[in-house]
Design a protein around this ligand. Structure first.
Ligand code: AMP
Ligand code: GLY
Length: 425
C-alpha cells in the first residue's frame, strides 16, 4: 500500500518511521517532509495545509492511506474532502476536530458529559469578561477560543496579566478571529500528563502516557515552546489513574462527540492535570502531540498501519496495543534564540555518529538538505529519542547521542525526564 503522511516535523518523522516498519507499507510519501524523513519516504513539495493539492496528489498516486499530523489541515476539512473522494484518511473530520479548534466547544462537551475539568466561563464581550475577572481573581487562565499555534493560553499569576490578556484577545489584537472569544478558567495546580488514544468513534484504545516539557529552559523556566522534550511513561500516571481516565475522560468524550453528531475518529489527545482533587482535563487536541509522539511511538510494538486502518473502518474493537516495557526519552535540540527569532541554514554535524548509538533514533523536526549537507531549518530542529529499561538509562543514552551533535548556537534542555526520577523508576 502507498501511504502519504501530511506534515514535516518531528511528529511526522516518528509517524513515517513507525509506519515504515509495517509489512503493509510499500511506498511512503510525506508532504512536505524534512531531511530526516527523506531517508524513509519520498518528500513531496506540498504544504501541509494545501488540502486541494494534497487531494490531487493522493488521487494521482493512488494513495491507500493518508495520515494527517498537524491540526491546520484537519481544521480545514482535509478528512472530509478525502473521504468524499473515496480515499482512506486517518484523522477526525472537520466537525470532530473542533474539539481542538474551539476551546469553548470542548468545555461545553466536558460539562455536558460530566468530564472533569476546570471551572470556566466563555465570553465574546470584553466588558463581561473583565467583570468576571473582578469576582474571580488571579491566578486564573485566559484562553483564546480558536487555534493559535499553541500560544493562545495565558496563565495569569496577577489580575493585571489576566486583564491584559482579555483586553488584547477580545480587541482582536492577539490571534485575530481565534481570539474573538475567550475561555476564562480556574487555575489548576499539579503535574501534567499527556495521554493519546486511538478512537474509531466507538472504541477507545489509550496509548501509554507521556510528559511534555513546554518551557524553554531547565527547571521549567522561561517562555513556553512547542515542546523541548518528552518522556514515556509518566510514572505518576498509575494503572489506576489510567483506568479512571479511560472511564471518566476518554470514553465519555468519544461517546459525547458521537451523540453531538461529531463522531471522533483518529487520535484524541487529552492534556491532563493531576491535581489534589483528582484528574482534570486541560485541553483536547485532535491529533498526535509533538514531541510526545516521538517518545510514545518509540515504544509501540503493534503495526501502526493496521491500527490506523481499523480506526478508519470502525474495527478498533478487534485490536489491542502492544508496548515495549522500556522507557523512552526524546530530547529536542533547538536553534539558539528559539522560541524567539533564530538563524536557519546552519550545517549540522554528528548526525551519523548519533544515529549509530544503540536504541537511539534521531527524529528531524526542522531540517533540510543544501546539496548533501543537512542544515537547520526551524526553531526545533531534532528530537533525539532513546529507549532503555529505566528512565535513567534512556536519559543517559539520549544525552550521549545529543552530545555527538552540534551546529552553531544549538541548545537543548539538560533535564528532560528528570521529573520522573523522583518516582524511582
Ligand atoms: P493548553 O493549550 O490548553 O494545553 O494550555 C497550555 C498550557 O497552559 C498547559 O499545558 C498548561 O501548562 C497551562 N494551562 C492550561 N490550562 C490551565 C489551567 N486551567 N490551570 C493551570 N495551567 C493551565
Ligand atoms: N505537546 C503539545 C502538543 O502537541 O500540543
Amino acid at each position: 500500500m502507498k501511504i502519504l503522511v501530511v506534515g514535516g516535523g518531528g511528529r511526522e518523522h516518528a509517524l513515517v518511521w513507525k509506519l515504515a516498519q509495517s509489512p503493509l507499507a510499500d511506498e511512503i510519501y510525506c508532504a512536505p517532509g524534512n531531511a530526516g524523513i527523506a531517508g524513509l519516504a519520498e518528500c513531496v513539495n506540498i504544504a501541509a495545509d494545501d488540502v486541494d493539492t494534497l487531494l490531487e496528489f493522493a488521487q494521482a498516486e493512488n494513495i491507500g492511506l493518508t495520515v494527517v499530523g498537524p491540526e491546520a489541515p484537519l481544521a480545514a476539512g482535509i478528512v472530509d474532502k478525502f473521504t468524499a473522494a473515496g480515499l482512506k484518511i486517518f484523522g477526525p473530520s472537520q466537525k470532530a476536530a473542533m474539539i481542538e479548534g474551539s476551546k469553548a466547544l470542548a468545555k461545553e462537551i466536558m460539562e455536558k458529559y460530566g468530564i472533569p475539568t476546570a471551572k470556566y466561563a466563555a465570553f465574546d464581550d470584553k466588558e463581561a469578561a473583565l467583570a468576571y475577572l473582578d469576582t474571580n481573581p488571579a491566578p486564573i487562565v485566559v484562553k483564546a477560543d480558536g487555534l493559535a499555534a499553541g500560544k493562545g493560553v495565558v496563565v495569569a499569576m496577577t489580575d493585571a496579566e489576566a486583564r491584559e490578556a482579555v483586553e488584547s484577545m477580545l480587541s482582536g489584537n492577539a490571534f485575530g478571529a481565534a481570539g474573538a472569544r475567550v475561555v476564562i478558567e480556574e487555575y489548576l495546580a499539579g503535574e501534567e500528563v499527556s495521554v493519546l488514544a486511538f478512537s474509531d468513534g466507538q472504541t477507545v484504545l489509550p496509548m501509554v502516557s507521556a510528559q511534555d516539557h513546554k518551557r524553554v529552559f531547565d527547571g521549567d523556566q522561561g517562555p513556553n515552546t512547542g515542546g523541548m522534550g518528552a518522556y514515556s511513561p509518566a510514572p505518576i500516571y498509575t494503572p489506576e489513574i489510567a483506568e479512571q481516565v479511560l472511564q471518566q475522560v476518554l470514553q465519555p468524550a468519544v461517546d459525547g462527540m458521537r451523540r453531538e453528531g461529531r463522531t471522533y475518529k483518529g487520535v484524541l489527545y487529552a492534556g491532563l492535570m493531576l491535581t489534589d482533587a483528582g484528574v482534570k482535563v486541560l485541553e483536547f487536541n485532535a491529533r498526535f502531540g509533538d514531541p510526545e509522539t516521538q517518545a510514545v511511538l518509540a515504544r509501540l510494538q503493534s503495526d501502526l498501519v493496521e491500527i490506523m486502518l481499523a480506526v478508519i473502518d470502525g474495527r478498533l474493537n478487534e485490536y489491542t496495543l502492544e508496548w515495549s516495557p522500556d522507557a523512552a526519552i526524546c530530547v529536542v535540540l533547538a536553534s539558539g534564540g528559539y522560541p524567539g527569532s533564530y538563524a536557519k541554514g546552519q550545517p549540522i554535524k554528528g548526525l551519523s555518529a548519533a544515529a549509530e548509538q544503540p536504541d537511539t533514533v534521531v527524529f528531524h523536526a526542522g531540517t533540510k538538505f543544501i546539496g548533501q549537507q543537512v542544515v537547520s531549518d526551524g526553531g526545533r530542529v531534532l528530537g533525539v529519542t532513546a529507549c532503555a529499561p529505566t528512565i535513567q538509562g534512556a536519559i543517559d543514552k539520549a544525552y550521549a547521542a545529543v552530545d555527538l551533535i552540534s551546529w552553531q548556537d544549538c541548545f537543548c534542555r539538560r533535564d528532560i525526564g528528570a521529573k520522573a526520577l523522583k518516582y524511582k523508576v
